[in-house]
Write a protein that binds this ligand. Structure first.
Ligand code: ADP
Ligand code: MG
Length: 448
C-alpha cells in the first residue's frame, strides 16, 4: 500500500502545479482500497474538500494509474480514520482491504456527472494489438475529426475485449482536446430508463433530451433488442444528431445484422458509418496487456509467468485484471510469483477452462444446429461444409494444432482440406461481417 501511495504521489506531482502539490497534494495519504473505492486521508478539512471537489478528477486519475480497478475515491480527514496507524494490526487490515478489492468490484463509478465518462478509461492506457487495431485507429480518426467520416462509429465484440474502455477513451480524449465539446456517454439502458421516465412525466418531445450534445456515446446497444418504442426514440435522436453533424459512437456485443428485432431503419442508420469489430486478444497482445497493467500497478513478472497467464486467460481482459489483482496481493505479501502460483490461481478462478478439439467441434456444431457426426462427416453440402471449415479454422487459431493434426481430427487423409479451410475462412473474415460476428460468438462460448 505504501508503495502504491508513493507512486500515486509521484504521478500526482506531475499532474498538479508545483504550488498545489507542495501545499497539499504531497500531504495526502492512501489509507485503504476496497470494493473499487480508495480511501484517502487529508490533514485538514480544506484539503479534504479540495480532493472531493475541484481536484477530484486529477486525484482519481493519478491514483487509477496505479490501481487499475479503482472506481471511486473518498477523502476523509485524519480523525475520521478510525484505527490507529502504524501498528502491526493496521497493516493486516490493509491486506484484508486488498482481498475485498479483488473479489468484489464496486458497481458505483466515479463518473463525471456531465459527461458520464469515467476518467480511468484513456487512450494512453489502452494497449493496441492486432485484435483491436482497426477499432483503435477508427477511434483516433474520430478524435481527430468528430462528426467526420466515421459516423456513426459502431464497435462490436465479445465480453471484456475493451469496447467500453475504447469508446469512453474517445470521449475523454475529445473533451481534453476541446473542453467546449459536449460529450455524453450513456448505456442504452440509461436511454431506456430516461425514456420511460419521460413518458411518466409526460414530456412531449423526448428526442430533445440528448440533442444538446456534440458527441453521443452509446454503450451496449444490443439491449435495445425487442424494445420497439425505445428504438423509435433512438432513431429520432440519432437522426437529429446526425443531421447536425454530431458524432455518434455505438458499442455492441454483435454486428447490427445479428441483433434480432432491430428495425430496418435503425439497421440502415447503423450501417451508414463504420462498423468494426474488436476480437479477443491474441497471445502477443495478452502478454503486452499484462506487462502494461503490471507496470502500472507497480510490480513486475517474469516473462515465463506472463506467458503462462496469457496462455490461461484468453478472451476476457477483465478476467485478466482479476488475476493480476490477486498477484499484486501475493506480491505485496512478499511471496514470489512463480508458474505454480499461476497454476493454483487459474484453477481456482477458472475451473473448466480447458478447451479441447472436441469442445470446439461440438460448439461449432451446436451453433449451426448440426450434430457432431454431421460436422465430422464427408458430406460436402454448403450448410455443413462451411461450419466444418470454421471448426478447422478455430482448431488452428485457438489451439494452434498443426495442419496434419487437424486433418486427423476430421478423418482426412492429408491436410489439403485444412489448408483450404484456413484460406477460405480468412478470406471470408475480411469481408463477411456476419461471419466474423458468428465466429466471435462461438469463441466467446468456448471460454464462457
Ligand atoms: P467490454 O466493454 O468490451 O466488455 P471493457 O472495456 O469493460 O470490455 O474492458 C474490460 C477491462 O479490460 C477494462 O478494465 C479495460 O480497461 C480492460 N481492457 C480491455 N482492453 C484493453 C486493452 N487493449 N488495453 C488495456 N486495458 C484493456
Ligand atoms: Mg462494456
Amino acid at each position: 500500500m505504501l508503495d502504491v501511495e508513493h507512486k500515486f504521489l509521484q504521478t500526482l506531482e506531475q499532474r498538479m502545479t508545483n504550488e498545489k502539490f507542495t501545499a497539499y497534494g504531497s500531504k495526502l495519504k492512501l489509507k485503504a482500497f476496497s470494493g473499487g473505492t480508495a480511501t484517502i486521508e487529508a490533514p485538514t478539512i480544506f484539503i479534504r474538500n479540495q480532493v472531493n471537489g475541484r481536484d477530484h478528477d486529477t486525484v482519481l486519475s493519478a491514483l487509477s494509474v496505479h490501481l487499475p480497478n479503482l472506481e471511486t475515491i473518498e477523502c476523509v480527514i485524519a480523525q475520521e480514520v478510525s484505527a490507529p496507524s502504524g501498528t502491526r494490526r493496521k497493516k493486516d487490515d490493509r491486506m484484508v482491504d486488498w482481498t475485498t478489492t479483488v473479489s468484489s468490484r464496486s458497481t458505483t463509478t466515479s463518473r463525471d456527472h456531465m459527461t458520464g465518462l469515467n476518467p480511468r478509461y484513456q487512450l494512453q492506457n489502452f494497449v493496441e494489438g492486432s485484435n483491436n487495431d482497426g477499432a483503435y485507429n477508427a477511434c483516433l480518426a474520430v478524435v481527430d475529426q468528430p462528426g467526420g467520416r466515421y459516423n456513426p462509429l459502431y464497435l462490436y465484440g465479445g465480453v471484456g475485449v475493451g469496447k467500453t474502455h475504447l469508446i469512453q477513451a474517445v470521449g475523454n480524449e475529445i473533451s481534453r482536446k476541446d473542453p467546449k465539446t459536449r460529450v455524453k456517454y450513456i448505456t442504452i439502458e440509461t436511454f431506456y430508463r430516461d425514456y420511460i421516465d419521460a413518458i411518466r412525466k409526460k414530456v412531449a418531445d423526448f428526442s430533445q433530451k440528448y440533442r444538446n450534445v456534440d458527441v453521443l456515446i452509446v454503450d451496449d446497444i444490443q439491449f435495445i433488442e425487442g424494445k420497439e418504442k425505445s428504438q423509435e426514440q433512438f432513431f429520432h435522436t440519432f437522426n437529429d444528431l446526425q443531421q447536425e453533424g454530431k458524432q455518434i459512437i455505438i458499442s455492441s456485443d454483435r454486428h447490427p445484422n445479428t441483433i434480432s428485432g432491430l428495425t430496418d431503419r435503425l439497421l440502415s442508420r447503423f450501417t451508414q458509418g463504420l462498423i468494426i469489430d474488436i476480437q479477443s486478444p491474441d497471445l502477443e497482445t495478452r502478454c503486452a496487456i499484462i506487462e502494461a497493467k503490471t507496470a502500472a500497478m507497480g510490480f513486475e513478472l517474469d516473462p515465463t509467468v506472463v506467458e503462462k497467464i496469457a496462455d490461461h486467460v484468453r478472451s476476457n481482459i477483465r478476467e485478466l485484471e482479476g488475476v493480476l489483482n490477486k498477484l499484486q496481493l501475493e506480491s505485496t505479501r512478499g511471496r514470489p510469483i512463480t508458474i505454480s502460483t499461476i497454476e493454483q490461481l487459474v484453477t481456482t478462478t477458472a475451473p473448466s477452462r480447458t478447451v479441447s478439439p472436441k469442445v470446439i467441434t461440438k460448439k461449432v456444431a451446436d451453433f449451426y444446429h448440426l450434430s457432431v457426426e454431421e460436422i465430422t462427416s464427408e458430406v460436402r453440402s454448403k450448410h455443413i461444409l462451411e461450419p466444418r471449415q470454421i471448426a478447422m479454422y478455430l482448431l488452428r487459431t485457438e489451439l494452434h494444432l498443426s495442419y496434419p493434426k487437424i486433418a486427423t481430427e476430421f478423418k482426412k487423409k492429408d491436410h489439403t482440406p485444412v489448408l483450404n479451410a484456413m484460406r477460405k475462412i480468412e478470406l471470408l473474415l475480411s469481408t463477411d461481417m456476419t461471419l466474423r460476428s458468428q465466429i466471435n460468438q462461438i469463441k466467446e462460448s468456448l471460454y464462457a
